[in-house]
Design a protein around this ligand. Structure first.
Ligand code: ADP
Ligand code: ZN
Length: 437
């Protein structure tokens, strides 16, 4: 059995988990109804009363909460307690429109750091680790979320925040960091830079705890090869609190959801149907314990599936599969559905290619086109016409097999594509720009 931060919470049998979830669900529904105007109005409109929630299945009668609901109630409309009880605020970056705000009471922060500590231990961290946090510190939940989880675990936290990659590497080396917390794309950027500087052998890293954006098994494999780390994935979102919702264990077979705090559902929204175990759909999350800002059935837009099979690590917590994409980042190219993660899987599996790429979608003469730009490892290849053609043809072929679509491929110099220090944005959809004009 793998070491656990909270053996009791992480190894309950299914019946016990369900009983605890039902008890907490009943409480949080009544609490939200009594303390948040939006929930009271929603419930009253359809004649739903908190006491109608008698089984876990009854949750399906509760209306969803959406990102727009959070925006419409910006900044504090969904708080369930007076501001005096709120001790921390966070907000998501909100690239368009107003950001989404989350407020925490002291108790919320305590539960949150517990959940993060559990996820860290799932990833293999112990109180002996020195953990460098290269998530941004600020309104983003990632930096502070991991920070307090690491302290709770009793490990040493190095709060470097994101950016200034050369300095990150120097500190990692000098402080002897054994674990790195970063987005997978930034972890890769750090890895590539350390390799370029020839200091990889001076690093003591053994774990890369990544999250906050999508990644693929192939990306993890590349991190393992370059940095010599055991990479794991984490999941969370501001709306329900931040990181610590779920994380991978040493088995790397899905992310364990902290089910005593988060109740997950996989739903087919269009047909208003709960999906079965193993089926993919949008995940809805209900935060079962939040005091500051209770959230019921939040539509995450993240597509995943669940399994309730106990894991070899000893945990009984349900596992969510890696996010295949967000409903809003699925590309439709000439009628074919494409998730950027499918493209990443193909590119990362090829040793000739670097680990940075971008996807450009356009519409020319009413026809969608998609181009993948990817860096090569060896720039001399770019001037060897026959080798270049051969590699392009190989990538195109592999993409065609996976996507059933012809993709333009352009190979570019190492380090020529801009890197992100936080969440990476790989897709440029020029069609959306055209629509706006
Ligand atoms: P922002 O909205 O500013 O990006 P959040 O940190 O709240 O800020 O973003 C949460 C979203 O990030 C999730 O809904 C999900 O789409 C994405 N995300 C977080 N962790 C992962 C992960 N491990 N895999 C894929 N996507 C993730
Ligand atoms: Zn496990």
């Amino acid at each position: 059995m793998q070491k656990m931060f909270d053996v009791r919470a992480e190894t309950m049998d299914r019946k016990e988990i369900k009983e605890l979830q039902l008890e907490r669900l009943k409480h949080i529904v009544a609490y939200a109804y009594e303390n948040v105007k939006m929930y009271k109005e929603r419930f009253d409109k359809i004649g739903l009363k908190p006491e109608h929630i008698k089984t876990l299945k009854d949750i399906e009668n509760i209306p969803y909460t959406t990102k727009d609901d959070l925006r419409d109630n910006y900044p504090f409309g969904l708080l369930a307690v007076p501001m005096k009880k709120i001790v921390r605020l966070h907000a998501s970056s909100g690239t368009t429109g107003k950001p989404v705000v989350s407020g925490y009471t002291k108790k919320d922060l305590d539960v949150w750091s517990d959940c993060v500590a559990r996820v860290l231990m799932m990833a293999g961290a112990t109180d002996e680790d020195i953990i460098q946090v290269s998530f941004g510190y600020g309104l983003f939940t990632g930096g502070f979320g991991l920070h307090y989880g690491i302290e709770k675990l009793g490990a040493t936290v190095v709060p470097v925040s994101s950016g200034n990659t050369e300095r990150q590497i120097m500190l990692m080396k000098d402080f002897g960091a054994t674990a790195l917390v970063a987005t997978p794309s930034y972890a890769m950027y750090i890895a590539e830079t350390a390799r370029k500087e020839g200091v990889l052998q001076d690093l003591k890293l053994r774990l890369a705890i990544t999250g906050a954006e999508a990644s693929t098994p192939e990306m993890h494999e590349s991190l393992r090869k370059i940095l010599g780390v055991f990479p794991t994935e984490n999941y969370g979102l501001t709306e329900v609190g931040g990181p610590g919702v779920a994380g991978e264990c040493s088995e790397k077979c899905g992310m364990h959801i902290n089910e005593d705090c988060y109740y997950p559902e996989i739903f087919d929204i269009e047909n208003n149907r709960a999906m079965h175990e193993g089926e993919y759909g949008e995940m809805l999350l209900t935060a079962l314990t939040k005091e500051g800002m209770p959230i019921l059935r939040y539509r995450t837009k993240d597509i995943t599936s669940l399994t309730y099979e106990p894991c070899k690590c000893g945990r009984t917590l349900a596992r969510m599969s890696r996010i295949v994409g967000r409903t809003d980042d699925m590309l439709i190219i000439r009628g074919v559905n494409v998730f950027p993660s499918q493209i990443e899987s193909v590119l990362m599996a090829m040793d000739e290619l670097g680990k940075t790429y971008e996807i450009i979608v356009d519409r020319v003469n009413y026809m969608d086109s998609i181009e993948v730009r990817v860096e090569v490892v060896d720039p001399s290849l770019l001037v060897d016409y026959s080798k270049l053609e051969g590699l392009v043809a190989k990538i195109k072929h592999r993409l065609r097999v996976v996507l059933q679509l012809d993709v333009k491929v352009r190979l570019v110099e190492p380090f020529s594509i801009a890197r992100a220090e936080g969440k990476v944005k790989r897709v440029k959809d020029l069609r959306k720009l055209q629509e706006k004009l």
